[in-house]
Design a protein around this ligand. Structure first.
Ligand code: DGL
Length: 359
């Protein structure tokens, strides 16, 4: 009799577990599949104490630990993690970008990947985002996320930023919107966002053009969309490239001379972005150096250090006569990225000017 009761109880328990596992599998089947590609940064950083919010070590925590630190993520997505590299983002290089872009395009070509989150240092996060915005060949969401406080800090912003980024990357709302940046409960577009403060958690802003939306209660709310071409609409493809053209930035200021420009050209730069004062003005001492560089075949883009506004073609310099390119409203660091990709396609200044008006 006792054996029969035990046998019946075991059968009932087995049946319950079988049904439960089926229910869990059914629930998981409904969740999006999101891959987290970890590259380092503060979000993976650790400090000596809980109040260490500067002077910590970036890029020390691995991707699996990042995921395990936010178990809530597994309720909203089927998450897998890859440690692509583990660096502080001031050390991001063209080679890192090519590795990352190629991995993303391979993953997004898989039916079992619905979106990608990239954990990244904030120092060059905006640059990686813009580079990927031009070379990712999928409409699936790609979301960059970082943090301004290390994982060990009081009120660390990394965990909630990561949770929000995974939600956004798994959402239908984010499909087809280009590469996005999810920080501080806000959604920004890759082209216009920049790190605007050295240490505060609200640092990522597109100050004049504005953010695209919010993430609230785990749900994305979009109010704007990117207007310049991106991802599947661009003419750039890096899948068969192993190196990117050398493009440098020369910063202008009062009393500036041609030394930096001459040195950058001598180092082999194929393109040079001039971060001019005001509306991309060319100080008299550097104009001859830029003109000589152009005559050697270096492509010159007139950008501006001021942060907002359009550098007008033929405004502060006669671009037609100098055969220079006007950098539109891109920051110098983003103009470098577009010029680098443009040089993989053409050395025609007319074509490159078209690209600056398109992307
Ligand atoms: N070393 C900086 C970086 O990796 C830390 C800044 C951060 O990630 O917030 O970009």
């Amino acid at each position: 009799m006792q054996f029969q009761k035990t046998k019946h109880a075991a059968a009932s328990l087995f049946a319950f577990l079988f049904v439960l596992s089926g229910a869990v599998q059914a629930q998981q089947a409904k969740l999006p599949n999101v891959t987290i590609l970890a590259t380092g940064g503060t979000i993976a950083g650790t400090g000596a104490t809980s109040t260490t919010t500067v002077g910590y070590t970036a890029a020390t925590v691995g991707v699996q630990a990042l995921i395990q630190a936010v178990p809530e993520i597994t309720r909203v997505a089927n998450v897998s993690g890859e440690q692509v590299f583990q660096i502080a983002s001031e050390n991001m290089s063209n080679e890192h970008w090519l590795t990352l872009a190629k991995r993303i395009n391979v993953l997004l070509g898989q039916a079992n990947v619905d979106g990608i989150v990239i954990t990244h240092g904030t120092d060059t996060l905006e640059e990686t985002a813009y580079f990927l915005n031009l070379v990712v060949k999928s409409k699936k969401p790609v979301v960059l996320v970082g943090s301004m406080r290390p994982s060990t800090a009081l009120s660390a912003d990394g965990p909630i930023n990561l949770y929000n980024a995974v939600q956004l990357a798994g959402s239908q709302e984010a499909v087809g919107r280009g590469v996005l940046v999810a920080m501080n409960d806000q959604i920004n577009g890759a082209r216009d966002v920049t790190k605007s403060n050295t240490t505060t958690t609200d640092t990522f802003k597109a100050s004049e053009l504005g953010m695209l939306g919010y993430i609230q209660g785990g749900k994305p709310y979009f109010y704007r969309t990117a207007t310049r071409r991106h991802t599947v609409e661009t003419e750039f493809d890096v899948m068969n490239l192993s190196v990117l053209p050398q493009v440098e930035v020369a910063y202008a200021h009062a009393n500036v001379g041609p030394v930096a420009i001459d040195a950058l050209v001598a180092s082999g730069a194929r393109g040079l972005v001039h971060a001019g004062v005001g509306n991309g003005s060319l100080p008299a001492k550097v104009r001859p150096a830029l003109s000589a560089a152009r005559k050697k075949g270096v492509i010159i883009v007139r950008s501006a250090r001021v942060g907002q506004g359009i550098v007008a073609r033929n405004g502060e310099a006669n671009d037609d006569e100098l055969d220079f390119v006007a950098g539109d409203n891109l920051s110098p660091q983003k103009a470098r990225i577009l010029l680098m990709l443009a040089l993989t396609k053409t050395s025609s200044t007319k074509e490159i000017q078209r690209m600056f008006s398109t992307y």
